[in-house]
Design a protein. Structure first.
Length: 255
């Protein structure tokens, strides 16, 4: 059941509107004036008519997050976050250092993976970016295990024996020596980058510093439009989502 203070998504095939059930009357873009008290006690998944349109009332989820998240820096798409978690073998109870908060999409996915027993330490140099990520992470309900910090992930961090070190920054090679000190033996370093130039420089730097089990991947998603008369690729699909470079800390890495 929906309670006062919860966040909801008003969804139909044409739009997704984020709304806080504050108990107050609010103006919602595209909908007009909405009395949020009417949602209190309603089961998630209910349908409701607002104006001339029908909506389903849904719980905010990572799958739909790119449709409603507050935008700051780029959003890492859900398929990419899933691959990152898999490649780093991130699980409940793990402790992760994240470099670059972005808009909080990856942060939220990492927090869901580590659960209440884990921790995600996020370093972001721009405080305004961190505030955007904070809003999105808390809206999705994943803030309990999060330690956000305004700072540079390439500097001298206090964390040690981390299970993974994940960065979305322009120069990931600058974070490698820090990762070598912070990671436990067998821990994973992973960088998300948008260009092949960054792939090459990061991969070569990882190899030079002794990281093992190196792997580079391009992540492509192709969505399909399914109709009664046939199936075709979506014209609005992103396709290319970026590149990831992953390696493992072993004995001999910088520490």
């Amino acid at each position: 059941m929906i309670s006062q203070g919860d966040w909801i998504i008003l969804w139909n095939p044409d739009s997704a509107e984020l709304l806080n059930v504050s108990g107050e009357t609010k103006r919602v873009p595209g909908l007009g004036i909405v009395d949020t008290k009417r949602f209190v006690g309603m089961p998630y998944g209910s349908s409701i008519d607002l104006g001339r349109q029908s909506y389903h009332v849904l719980r905010p989820s990572l799958r739909q997050a790119p449709e409603f998240m507050r935008r700051g820096p780029q959003i890492i798409q859900p398929i990419m976050t899933s691959v990152i978690i898999h490649k780093c073998d991130i699980k409940s109870g793990d402790r992760i250092v994240e470099g670059g908060a972005g808009s909080g999409m990856l942060t939220a996915a990492l927090l869901r993976a580590v659960g209440d027993r884990g921790r995600v330490y996020t370093y972001e140099k721009v405080e305004e970016h961190l505030e955007v990520a904070r809003f999105n992470v808390e809206t999705l309900g994943f803030g309990a295990s999060w330690v956000p910090r305004v700072g540079d992930v390439t500097g001298d961090l206090e964390e040690r024996d981390m299970d993974a070190f994940v960065v979305d920054i322009p120069q990931p090679w600058d974070a490698l020596e820090t990762a070598g000190r912070v990671l436990r033996g067998g821990g994973a370093f992973l960088a998300y980058v948008p260009t092949t130039n960054q792939v090459e420089r990061t991969h070569n730097a990882m190899r030079a510093l002794g990281f093992q089990d190196l792997e580079c991947s391009e992540i492509i998603e192709r969505t399909m439009v399914v109709n009664d008369g046939g199936i075709r690729p979506s014209f609005k699909g992103l396709g290319h989502n970026g590149y990831i470079i992953r390696g493992t800390k072993t004995v001999g890495n910088p520490a």
